[in-house]
Write a new protein. Sequence first.
Length: 218
Amino acid sequence: MSEEIDFDEILGKYHSDPFEYVDIFAEHTGTVRFLVEVGNDVEAVSGEWKHIPGTALYEITRERNPKKNTATTNGVVSEVYSGLEGRFVEAGEKLLTIRHPLKKKEIIERILQEVLIIFPAPERAKYFFAPDVQSRIEKKGAREVSVKNGDEIIIMSLMKRDTPVYYSGDPGVIHSVYFQPGVSVDQGAPLLGVCPADKLPLIKKIITRVKADWDKSS
């Protein structure tokens, strides 16, 4: 992305529709029963130890074994595919959509993802920082940790096997971390946002402008 960014256009888009639309899919095959309706408020998992489950969204029964699936994000149910009620669905079929209100921090991160080098998850798995990287983060903070092409930066935990994941891309510092250690990440979802040294001034400009504009209008 060039240094010239049309901030007014970008911010105007988020002011007019400051939401993320999160599609919810069937986790496995079975007969579905919806537990929410359009317009219902839903809450994500919460609590100090994430011990309070999110709002139950739907129940799916397979081999007489019903299982409730709960929300992982807060917001309002904006769409329910009610025609699927009581029907057998395949794994991965879209069931409903949640309209999640974006916070200022989330809007900043979405804009930054257009500027940062995004390092995606190679598989659906759980991820951890490599021990050396974790040690450097604990000592200096992520944004002081530099990475370069070929560095072992992350451990992928899949099927009880740990596999090193090597960074591929231009060198830079770890600006944004999008995963939580030990929490499953979908294939292709961002793990890290790396910022090349020459883009640091642009990053600061984006953050400053969004904060100032959002505070002024909110």
